[in-house]
Design a protein around this ligand. Structure first.
Ligand code: A3P
Length: 278
């Protein structure tokens, strides 16, 4: 835009590709795409378009390969990318630290029960023959006879990924708490401007993203953008973001809530924040 061109001319700068200053490291299905798209509204943020998967899949390709995946930026602009699987990649904290020990980390978290359903809904959309959520989340769930209690299958990835405490501890072994911003996925939906104010402050950005950028689309049931870098007309995130979820048996939901309660408590303690999940 005009501002950008002006600054560029004034400072006689040529944009160059740089390694990221900030990363969205997770968590899958918690609103990572929304966070990235919202951040892109800021003129001082430039982000890679798709998930780069450098610190999990392509680390062997080296930092020059990674840098080449980044958009060109001017001095003072923040380079970013988001790959939600970094959150649970054991080697990622060490590798990220090796790239830049003062990198800023962002992670969106959401009630693990809805996160699990969201994760399942995504898989089911690709595989319609997938068994019911209830049958995958609980083991013995069909053993009505004899009254065998059904227990949550903690090893099923949609359930396991909602245990946030362990990966958080791994990241905090490498990075100080002040370098990692935890964003509430619920608040990102309920009040995107307020949550984005926290994000901009954390990144040391001027508060440019405000209420003025968002409107609530009641058909979609989510906040959408009035305009963005690439489009000047109102638009929502794609069809794959904000899907409707299947009805889940309340008994299964109760079991999951009970399952997560102690893990959530542990997570709140480590995070120093209470996310208020039921
Ligand atoms: P659902 O599609 O299950 O509702 P991710 O981008 O990390 O995969 O997260 C997807 C989730 O982002 C969506 O899950 C949705 O709940 C949430 N989300 C947050 N803000 C959104 C927005 N403005 N538009 C659409 N989805 C949003």
């Amino acid at each position: 835009d005009e501002n950008y061109e002006y600054r560029r001319l004034k400072q006689n700068q040529v944009p160059v590709k740089r390694l990221p200053d900030a990363l969205i490291i997770g968590v899958k299905k918690c609103g990572t795409r929304a966070l990235l798209e919202f951040l892109r509204l800021h003129p001082d943020v430039r982000a890679a378009g798709s998930e780069v998967h450098f610190f999990d899949k392509f680390y062997h390709k080296g930092f020059e390969w990674y840098r080449d995946k980044m958009p060109p930026t001017l001095e003072g602009q923040i380079t970013m990318e988001k790959t939600p699987s970094y959150w649970v990649t054991r080697s990622a904290p060490r590798r990220v630290y090796a790239m830049n020990p003062s990198v800023k980390l962002l992670a969106v978290v959401r009630d693990p029960v809805t996160r699990a359903i969201s994760d399942y809904t995504q898989s089911a959309s690709k595989r319609p023959s997938l068994p019911r959520f209830e049958d995958l989340a609980l083991v013995n769930s069909s053993a009505v006879w004899g009254g065998a209690p059904s227990v949550v299958d903690a090893s099923w990835p949609p359930v396991r990924l909602g245990v946030y405490a362990r990966p958080l501890r791994r990241w905090l072994r490498r990075f100080p708490r002040s370098r990692l911003l935890l964003i509430s996925g619920e608040r990102l939906v309920a009040d995107p401007a307020a949550e984005m104010a926290r994000v901009q402050e954390f990144l040391g950005l001027k508060r440019v993203i405000t209420e003025k950028h968002f409107y609530f689309n009641s058909t979609k049931g989510f906040p959408c953008l009035l305009k963005s870098e690439s489009r000047s007309t109102p638009h929502c995130l794609g069809k794959t973001k904000g899907r409707s979820h299947p009805y889940i048996d309340p008994n299964t939901l109760e079991r999951l809530k009970d399952f997560y309660r102690p893990f959530n408590e542990r997570f709140y303690q480590l995070a120093g924040m209470n996310f208020g999940w039921p």
